[in-house]
Ligand binder design. Structure first.
Ligand code: NAD
Length: 493
């Protein structure tokens, strides 16, 4: 099975004796090490990416697209193997692990097609005998810093749009999931990408990540992770005025109105709250319920949470796998205590580690948890827990629901479940999030649409879709004046 390795200028390097230990969250067993690389490896990778840039950026975009199309085909052939690796390194369940890989496949096919578009605009001029248009140009070396929760998808969502635009990249994967990043890049290598175009440098955020962010030859940084890291990376990019995209935490709300089909609502909530064991930036961690159905929904949701099958992610029928590391369990437990003791909320399901047996006894599991009678300003309703914990809040009407929904610092994904079209439409406009789901939960993204959040979740850019291409290209505005004379914009009419 692929292990975490650096990939610099076409050469793979394994971890040395000081490698970063990697674990299988399902069993707690050590599964390997990732290179503890730092400034020297970042310097080498950036130099390789810089040297590869002129030829790659001059390769016609449709030809770049053909290579990425081939990478999609290779990933399709290796889908199950990559999925297993996802489960092994970060624990998510089989369907979701395969879905993680499928996101990369989808992105590769989608972005390969964009190689034949990469549209600019043509537009009339205010003057006669003049044409105006925009062209897209690559920017240079992009530094891509990724988290562990979508260990194949996120590296692909960042690197593929960057590559189709003609940039070269250095990926700094999460310390937990370097094997997934390596397997993904093996597919790009096998597709025939020239050496130096894609590089991977493992290592800690403080060393390898920081060196990448601060490298003077890296013009673009795209980072997904926690708000704390996002703020630091933003500060470090500001001095050099780098192009920067950060995608950060969420505290996503699902509104359920009195007229909702509750059985469906519970299904959607369970999927949103406990998919990836609640470790999705779009996880449904607040359920905002109208008073008329509140008691019934709490009861059904608690029953649903208790019925979730916890276990090894690759075992059929399991819907909740482990969380990523022991410190995640400790953080969840801190919030359970805060919810009960400080906030005074009512624990109606979960709240503790389950009893696991056999080899799973060493794994990092937590029961799907529901807090009821949560009020909007409680810490469990405001802060990202990043585990299988959701908080149910009672409201009287749609206006209050929207107000509660919008009352956190975050703004990634929001949802409403109701049969009332007008209420849905009102929520669609009023929810202060980058993504809105009508009649479903908060999770699930498609590659050809922009993905990202507002407020404390992001900094105004988007991943995926044309928005991703916008981020990884510079627009050059071109005026062609064929009048043969001097025409002055705004002056000559
Ligand atoms: P994290 O912030 O700990 O790490 C993310 C990446 O940043 C890792 O590769 C890490 O090594 C690197 N890093 C850490 N310190 C750095 C520094 N000083 N300079 C440069 N790089 C540094 O986050 P995580 O625990 O891996 O991921 C979980 C978080 O990610 C959650 O908050 C979740 O909401 C967020 N997330 C957001 C999205 C989104 O699209 N909005 C998607 C997935 C995850």
């Amino acid at each position: 099975m692929t292990t975490a390795r650096d990939f610099i200028n076409g050469i793979w390097t394994e971890a040395g004796d000081d490698g970063i230990e990697m674990f299988d969250p399902a069993t707690g067993e050590m599964i390997g090490t990732a290179p503890r690389s730092g400034k020297a490896e970042i310097d080498a990778a950036v130099a390789a990416a810089k040297a590869a840039f002129p030829a790659w950026s001059e390769t016609p975009a449709p030809k770049r697209g053909e290579l990425l199309f081939r990478a999609a085909q290779i990933m399709e052939r290796r889908k199950e193997e990559l999925g297993r690796l996802v489960t092994r390194e970060m624990g998510k369940v089989k369907d979701e692990a395969l879905g993680d890989v499928q996101e990369a496949i989808d992105m590769a096919y989608y972005i390969a097609g964009e190689g034949r578009r990469l549209y600019g605009h043509t537009t009339p001029s205010e003057l006669p005998n003049k044409i105006c248009m925009t062209l897209r140009e690559p920017i240079g070396v992009c530094g891509l810093i990724t988290p562990w929760n979508f260990p194949v998808a996120i590296p692909s969502w960042k690197s593929l749009p960057a590559l189709i635009c003609g940039n070269t990249v250095v990926i700094k994967p999460s310390e937990e999931t370097g094997g997934c990043a390596a397997a993904y890049v093996e597919c790009l290598e096998a597709a025939g990408l020239p050496k130096g175009v894609v590089n991977i440098v493992n290592g800690t955020g403080e060393e390898a990540g920081d060196a990448l962010v601060k490298h003077p030859d890296v013009h673009v940084i795209s980072m997904t992770g926690s708000n704390e890291t996002g703020r630091l990376v933003s500060k470090n990019c500001a001095e050099a005025l780098k192009h920067l995209h950060v995608e950060l935490g969420g505290k996503n709300g699902i509104i359920v109105l009195d007229d909702a089909d509750l059985d469906f609502a519970v299904q959607a909530i369970l999927w949103s709250a406990y998919g990836t064991s609640g470790q999705r930036c779009t996880a449904g961690s607040r359920i905002i319920v109208q008073a008329g159905v509140y008691d019934e929904l709490v009861e059904k949701l608690a029953a649903g949470a208790k019925a979730q099958k916890i276990g090894h992610g690759w075992e059929d029928g399991v819907n909740v796998g482990p969380v990523v590391r022991p410190s995640a369990i400790e953080k969840i437990e801190r919030y359970i205590k805060i919810g009960v003791e400080e906030d005074g909320a009512r624990l109606v399901a979960g709240g503790k580690r389950p009893e696991m047996t056999g080899e799973l006894a060493g794994g990092w599991y937590f029961e799907p948890t529901v807090f009821a009678d949560v009020t909007p300003n409680m810490r469990i309703a405001q802060e990202e827990i990043f585990g299988p914990v959701t908080a149910v809040i009672k409201v009287q009407d749609l206006d209050e629901a929207i107000q509660v929904h919008n009352g956190t610092p975050y703004g990634l994904s929001g949802a409403i479940i109701t049969k009332d079209l007008a209420a849905s439409m009102k929520a669609m406009r009023a929810l202060k999030t980058g993504i809105v789901y009508l009649h479903n939960g908060t999770i699930g993204a498609e590659v050809h649409l922009p993905f990202g959040g507002i407020k404390a979740t992001g900094n105004g850019h988007r991943e995926a879709g044309i928005a991703g291409i916008d981020f990884y290209s510079e627009l050059k505005t071109v005026y062609i004046d064929y009048s043969g004379g001097l025409q002055r914009a705004q002056i000559d009419t």
